[in-house]
Design a protein around this ligand. Structure first.
Ligand code: AMP
Ligand code: ZN
Ligand code: FE
Ligand code: FE
Length: 294
């Protein structure tokens, strides 16, 4: 039984459940610890914590997900135990959200040039004042009948190699780690094999180098138990986390996206020992654990 899911999105970014709806779903599914990790926003955290008061067995860790640039790809960095009152961080996040808005408009314009007419107004409505992401554009394309599922929009148009892809300014991974550490948050690399090819030792070797460089900058963990990772991927990443002294984290990365086969909150997550390791690091009681596995 999985009790922790440390990667979840709400309507404050590209998830489609409100924080209260998400919290209810997680509580009813038997989860004990969740982290709300919206892209470039912590605005859903307070609402989630408020909603969780109705479910005393459920704890909500304030989190975030930041996207960063690496040549030809991107790395996402999660932050746990965010200090929400940090004005400097909030200003930085606002500037990222403005960058998302500008990029979203450019992508909608590019789609129009390609004969795919989605309304920018509708994309904004779908984002409901939250951080605008490509999934909002994908949803508008589903509604307009251009594709069946959001993921189909990514395959052809919105993915990195898609016809309507537009870059936006992003941090380097080390900068994201430093921004989070400056806030007092704990940085954790998200979905480590999302950004590189799915198999092969070369991948793990360069991943190991990247992870150990980021550990020097303050990274404390990496996702191991993630969404649709195979048992083989999980065991390779667990071994890597152990060898680097990184806390093995993870979660479903639930968005309520409308894609087929999307894992539900609590379908995948780290052992409770990983949450304890994060708690200890957050309390500053001891250096990174080397083995926190089940
Ligand atoms: P953005 O933050 O605007 O760059 O959009 C990235 C988000 O799009 C990710 O966090 C996922 O939620 C979603 N996403 C990325 N790739 C795909 C894909 N191939 N199919 C469906 N959703 C995707
Ligand atoms: Zn997302
Ligand atoms: Fe991500
Ligand atoms: Fe995510």
């Amino acid at each position: 039984m999985i009790h922790a899911d440390l990667h979840l999105h709400t309507t404050y970014s590209d998830g489609t459940l409100t924080p209260a709806q998400l919290v209810r779903k997680c509580a009813e599914g038997g989860l004990r610890v969740i982290a709300v990790t919206d892209h470039d926003s912590t605005e859903g955290v307070a609402e989630a914590q408020q909603a969780a008061l109705a479910f005393p067995g459920l704890r909500v860790i304030p989190g975030i997900e930041l996207s960063t640039d690496v040549p030809g790809s991107e790395i996402h960095v999660l932050g746990y135990f965010i200090d929400l009152a940090d004005a400097a961080l909030q200003q930085t996040l606002e500037s990222f959200r403005r960058g998302r808005e500008e990029r979203g408009l450019l992508m909608v314009e590019r789609l129009a040039e390609l004969g795919v007419a989605v309304s920018w107004e509708r994309v904004r409505e779908l984002s409901d004042g939250g951080a605008i992401g490509r999934p909002h554009i994908a949803q508008a394309m589903v509604e307009a009948g251009y594709v069946q599922y959001p993921k189909d929009a990514f395959d052809q148009y919105l993915g990195r190699n898609g016809l309507a892809y537009v870059e936006r300014p992003k941090l380097s991974p080390a900068d994201a780690v430093r921004i989070l550490r400056d806030n007092g948050a704990l940085p954790v690399m998200a979905h480590p094999t999302y950004s590189v090819s799915k198999t092969g030792m070369g991948e793990v070797e360069s991943l190991a180098d990247t992870l150990s460089a980021l550990k020097s900058a303050g990274l404390v963990g990496m996702e191991v138990y993630y969404k649709d990772y195979t048992p083989d991927q999980v065991s390779r990443l667990k071994a890597l986390a152990d060898s680097l002294g990184l806390v093995p984290c993870g979660g479903s990365d639930y968005h309520a996206s409308g894609n087929p086969d999307e894992p539900e909150p609590g379908d995948v997550g780290p052992p409770i020992e990983s949450v304890q390791a994060l708690d200890e690091l957050h309390a500053g009681q001891k250096p990174p654990a080397t083995d926190t596995g089940p």
